[in-house]
Design a protein around this ligand. Structure first.
Ligand code: URA
Length: 250
């Protein structure tokens, strides 16, 4: 059970003082009844909370799928460059969301934003073997020798050993799908540079069971569906157990 003011303030929309005023004005209902005091306690899961008759989404954790465009850094703050969080509305920038797994500034595609540290940790741990797939376009032509180099586990400059990775050749000789189960710094760019075929374009398509929604325009985002979240949680070792009962709106 949690205090109503804490639950409402955690949505990022109102301060605790503002919540107090909303309650005093009789504008808040919980499970159908008018809330009399901001100190009243409720079970967050499944709570039907409304302000001025509008449902307020108050899940403990938030999970967003973002189609990252090039030009933004995968960080929560940066002194010089815009971050992916700038694509979100104000209130969703105040609830501790961070990118689960970075993409380079010029890489596009699937980025999961969440404030569920435990789930993010599990998805990113190389020991959990969560595959990530990328579409890549290179300078030059890819061939079977690149496929074999990737599957054999490449060693990069400085002796950095990579786990075996997938390279699936596509119809265009400069395009392929790459599958990684780890995320070393600039890994795909470094692996392909080592093959003499520098990356010209890179886009992440999947992360474990989660695939970039084809309907999602570059720069756009949406909450994960319950089905997507259930699939993510089914990744072996994924421990988070707080279901996202409500989904945040824009
Ligand atoms: N590998 C890279 O080189 N860059 C990315 O953004 C992701 C994987």
């Amino acid at each position: 059970m949690e205090r109503l003011d804490k639950i409402l303030a955690s949505t990022g929309r109102w301060s605790r003082r503002e919540v107090k005023e909303l309650v005093r004005a009789g504008r808040v209902t919980a499970n159908g009844g008018v809330v009399r005091s901001p100190e009243e306690k409720y079970q967050r899961e499944g709570l039907d909370l409304q302000v001025d008759g509008q449902s307020v989404l108050c899940a403990r954790y938030t999970y967003l799928m973002l189609h990252k465009p090039a030009g933004l850094v995968s960080a929560t703050e940066d002194p010089r460059q815009p971050t992916v969080l700038e694509l979100l509305p104000e209130h969703l920038r105040r609830i501790g969301l961070f990118p689960a797994g970075r993409l380079d500034r010029d890489t596009e595609g699937l980025l999961l934003l969440t404030n569920d540290g435990a789930l993010a940790h599990d998805l990113l741990s190389p020991r959990k073997h969560v595959d990530k797939t990328y579409f890549v376009r290179v300078e030059g032509k890819l061939d079977q020798s690149d496929v074999e180099a990737f599957s054999g586990g490449m060693t990069l400059g400085g002796g950095l050993a990579c786990l075996p990775a997938g390279l699936e050749l596509l119809e265009e000789p400069d395009e392929a799908l790459v599958t990684l189960r780890e995320g070393k710094y600039h890994q795909i760019k470094r692996m392909l540079a080592a093959r003499g075929k520098p990356v010209r374009y890179l886009k992440r398509l999947t992360m474990g069971p989660l695939a970039l929604d084809k309907e999602l325009e570059k720069g756009d985002w949406r909450p994960l569906t319950e089905a997507e979240l259930a699939k993510l949680r089914s990744v072996p070792g994924a421990v988070s157990e707080n279901p996202q009962k409500n989904l945040p709106d824009k």
